[in-house]
Design a protein around this ligand. Structure first.
Ligand SMILES: *[C@@H]1O[C@H](CO)[C@@H](O)[C@H](O)[C@H]1NC(C)=O
Length: 352
């Protein structure tokens, strides 16, 4: 590298004076070449610098956003849960743009798993790519796993009208069990996806006022006893009951705007066990719907198994044929050919 050559010349004690040495070095190494080489080095250095600065600034930005959001929710968490966080950290960092929330120790609740997932601001390359595709958003998701058997089964959701269909299509439980309807108590930009009007009547009063206050940030609010993704096998145990809340994050300075959404979630922790008990008619309807869904999954599983068995049979047959003597193989081939010929003839005669 020219730069190194210059430096080594400078350090060379044979040269009478430093300024002369510099002149000497520079003239020795062609100036044009030097400039060309330098411009590449400068380019590489600036890219590396840009990546580093992006990492530092982006990581810091996300950290502030996550911590500010958590600070807004923290008093509510502290007053409701005996344990906030894991291993001493209330908010655990998973990656520079993902922070984990964990809560436990409350009546009616098994655990709460939460994730604050922000744009990968620390990652220059990924940021550039997401600029080209759909822009990523800063999102907080809270999944509450409720104790079993404390309120009625059922699937219910409140979602924005604009994204409702997309959300419904993405969730197996919403697609399979719910229908859309609108509710007077809710902001006009929201709709419910519900399995029964009795569920709607029980849950909407618990949350409507609070959700309406922060409609702008709500992604979805879901109460469900069914899985989000279609199971591959018939489940042997009932799925855990859960309440899921997902919302987008405002800038750190407006972080408080999301608080009513979390308050709505917390209102359900006691509200559902106390108030969500449907009539026996509806209960029967709801459990029928689950039986149907299980049957459907069972059918799919059976079809899959049959296909696998058939594949295995064919494979074994092929193996057997491979092990036959050449003479036997020839005989078998001839026999199969005859069979195929007969079949073709039959088809021809049918057509005629
Ligand atoms: C919350 O639940 C949804 C659906 O079951 C899942 O996709 C998501 O990863 C969960 N998030 C957390 C933080 O547990």
């Amino acid at each position: 590298m020219n730069f190194i050559r210059i430096v080594t010349r400078l350090l060379d004690t044979d040269h009478p004076s430093p300024s002369l040495a510099i002149l000497d070095s520079i003239t020795n190494v062609a100036i044009d070449e030097l400039r060309e080489k330098y411009s590449y080095e400068v380019l590489y250095l600036s890219i590396i610098l840009l990546i580093l600065v992006t990492y530092w600034v982006g990581k810091r930005h996300n950290e502030v956003l996550a911590k500010t959001t958590m600070a807004v929710m923290l008093p509510l968490f502290r007053s409701n849960f005996a344990r906030v966080g894991d291993n001493g950290a209330e908010l655990a960092i998973d990656s520079p743009h993902e922070y984990i929330i964990y809560l436990t120790g409350r009546r009616h609740v098994a655990t709460v798993h939460g994730l604050i997932k922000m744009r990968p601001r620390q990652d220059l390359i990924r940021t550039l790519f997401t600029l080209l595709s759909t822009p990523a958003q800063d999102i907080c998701t809270l999944n509450v796993t409720m104790n079993p058997n404390e309120y009625s089964d059922g699937v219910f959701a409140i979602v924005p009208k604009s994204t409702g269909t997309a959300i419904r299509n993405k969730h197996y439980d919403l697609t399979t069990f719910t229908k859309a309807s609108s509710q007077k108590a809710l902001d006009s930009s929201l709709i419910t996806l519900t399995e029964s009007s009795e569920l709607t009547d029980a849950i909407v009063p618990l949350v409507s006022e609070k959700l309406n206050k922060a409609v702008k940030w709500l992604d979805y609010f879901i109460v469900s006893d069914q899985p989000t993704h279609k199971p591959d096998t018939v489940p042997t145990q009932p799925h855990a009951k859960r309440i899921s809340l997902s919302f987008r994050l405002p800038n750190a300075k407006d972080a408080r705007e999301i608080l009513p959404l979390v308050e709505a979630l917390v209102a359900c922790l006691d509200g559902l066990p106390r108030g969500c008990q449907v009539s026996s008619v509806t209960k029967t309807k709801i459990s029928k719907a689950r039986e149907e869904a299980l049957k459907e999954i069972g059918k799919k599983v059976q079809a899959e198994r049959a296909r696998e068995l058939e594949e295995k049979r064919l494979k074994e047959k092929r193996e057997q044929e491979k092990n036959l003597s050449p003479e036997a193989q020839r005989k078998l081939a001839a026999k199969e050919e005859k069979k195929a010929l007969k079949k073709r003839q039959k088809q021809v005669t049918k057509k005629v």
